[in-house]
Design a protein around this ligand. Structure first.
Ligand SMILES: Cc1cc2nc3c(=O)[nH]c(=O)nc-3n(C[C@H](O)[C@H](O)[C@H](O)COP(=O)(O)OP(=O)(O)OC[C@H]3O[C@@H](n4cnc5c(N)ncnc54)[C@H](O)[C@@H]3O)c2cc1C
Length: 457
């Protein structure tokens, strides 16, 4: 049996990006449904480190007051980098507002917020295919619910289905600008446990990071409360795979604060650690959040990007539908807003991620241990920092033995700056994308030369 539903917009995925996109659209009075594969009870239960950056300024389609009760720790103001190789702990300030959250509660509150805005939810519905008309315009999706086929017809389809979205495997993007240069090696595999400890931890005001034994991998301990810790780890898929569960267990056992601890929840998933898609639109189709690479590639933080991408996609879909034109050209401004807000910065940060895959983990840690915390904070969040010969002069004694690494970091930073400047010139129309990409790829070739890394794209 096949059931067919008609909406103005169908959104796939009840995560952050899908909920913000749909709430934005519903608030403008359009008919919008979120199709979610999980049950109503499980929806919102998503693998995460639970660190919500930029918690002060979320889009208002789902107001902060709606999600704030899920903020269980708002007292975190710095990162604590443990570098066992150097017997050092670095305290690095975290700019802006940060909350550690009860992720499932946050997910449920997001869904309630979208429902309050007028969004319909269809749970237990697994999207398996995308429908397109003869001109290639996406006209909706085909899904399965309890063994039955359910079809959704819509003017615009929003792909908020997360990393490695099946919708993109099923869509024929030929003749469009949609970025299909996507491979596993641009993702990180990550796993986390929620661990209850007997005594309050001493570092409940910090996000704790520690390098994993492979380069470009790290372990984290994020305090949801003084006694509930999100403990997790991840590695770049270009590296030898880590045994995530065993490696985490080994580290937990070695830490006295986790003696007699119990585990209340376990989840793992892939997350993009790459630049944002060059274009995340095709006729009748927009990708948002993890489905379009909207994650800070150095920290793995993707909640804020997903929320804003959802807002921008929702606003553009509303405009396109009310103008009666859902072509790529009509949806294009969404790409521009993403690149302008955070996309260019994330593309710049990707260069540091590329560097981290090419250098030896001990060298990287040795370098980190010798640098002032605020320089590292800048590099982690803003995509640029004042690195270079001046820093070598200022820290000559501390950084002795690491000058060539600092110089390499300096050259890398210059390429990242170049790249971010280029993203400021992101094209205003689809026709200009190819020329813009050619220049961007020239900068990327320089990045591979400077870092010694294999090409990522
Ligand atoms: C282990 C881990 C730790 C992380 N830690 C942090 C952190 O501390 N801070 C931070 O900001 N970010 C973190 N992230 C990244 C963050 O979780 C994501 O960037 C964010 O959740 C992206 O939101 P999204 O809405 O795009 O996708 P998701 O949250 O993944 O939502 C996608 C939704 O689509 C549904 N779906 C998928 N396929 C289908 C289908 N075929 N049919 C129907 N529904 C479907 C899924 O069930 C899901 O509900 C972490 C990620 C991982 C994996």
């Amino acid at each position: 049996m096949t059931t067919t539903h008609e909406y103005d917009v169908v959104v796939v995925g009840a995560g952050t990006s899908g909920c913000y996109a749909a709430a934005t659209i519903a608030r403008e009075g359009l008919d919008v449904v979120i199709v979610e594969r999980k049950t109503a009870d499980e929806a919102g239960h998503i693998a995460c480190g639970d660190a919500l950056k930029g918690a002060n300024a979320f889009p208002d389609a789902i107001p902060k007051s709606q999600i704030e009760p899920a903020f269980t720790n708002t007292g975190v103001d710095h990162g604590r980098f443990e570098i066992p190789q150097e017997d050092t702990v670095l305290d690095i300030p975290i700019p802006g507002e940060l909350a550690v959250i009860d992720r499932w509660e946050y997910g449920r509150r997001l869904i309630d917020g979208a429902e309050n805005a007028g969004v319909e939810f269809h749970y237990d519905t697994v999207v398996q295919d995308v429908t397109q008309n003869d001109d290639g315009r996406v006209t909706g999706v085909r899904a399965k619910r309890n063994g039955d086929v359910v079809e959704y017809e819509a003017d615009v389809t929003v792909d908020g289905a997360g990393s490695l979205s099946i919708l993109q495997d099923k869509t024929d993007f030929s003749g469009t600008t949609f970025d299909t240069n996507v491979s596993y090696s641009q993702f990180c595999s990550a796993y986390r446990e929620i661990v209850e400890v007997e005594e309050p931890v001493e570092w409940s005001d910090a996000l704790v990071f520690k390098p994993a034994e492979v380069a470009a991998g790290y372990i984290w301990y994020f305090p949801r409360t003084e006694t509930t810790i999100n403990a997790g780890l991840g590695f770049q898929m270009t590296e030898e795979p880590m045994k995530l569960v065993d490696d985490l267990k080994r580290d937990l056992r070695a830490r006295p604060e986790f003696k007699n601890a119990t585990v209340s929840d376990k989840l793992g998933a892939a997350l993009p650690t790459r630049r944002p898609y060059d274009s995340a639109v095709a006729p009748g189709f927009v990708a948002v959040g993890d489905a379009a690479g909207h994650v800070n590639p150095t920290t793995g933080g993707g909640i804020a990007g997903a929320a804003y991408a959802g807002k921008y996609a929702g606003e553009q879909a509303v405009r396109a539908i009310s103008d009666g034109d859902v072509s790529e050209e009509a949806l294009w401004h969404y790409n521009e807003r993403v690149m302008d807000h955070f996309g260019g910065r994330y593309a710049g940060l990707d260069i540091y991620n590329i560097l981290s895959t090419a250098v030896d983990v001990d060298e990287l840690m040795g370098l980190m241990a010798r640098l002032p915390g605020e320089k590292l904070a800048e590099a982690l969040y803003s995509g640029t920092t004042s690195f270079g010969p001046k820093l070598i002069a200022q820290t000559a004694k501390e950084s002795y033995g690491f000058w060539s690494e600092i110089y390499q970091f300096y050259k890398t930073k210059n390429v990242a700056d170049d790249l971010m400047r280029h993203y400021e010139r992101y094209p205003r129309r689809p026709g200009a994308l190819e020329g813009w990409k050619a220049e961007r790829d020239r900068i990327m070739d320089h990045a591979y030369e400077v870092t010694g890394a294999d090409p990522k794209y």
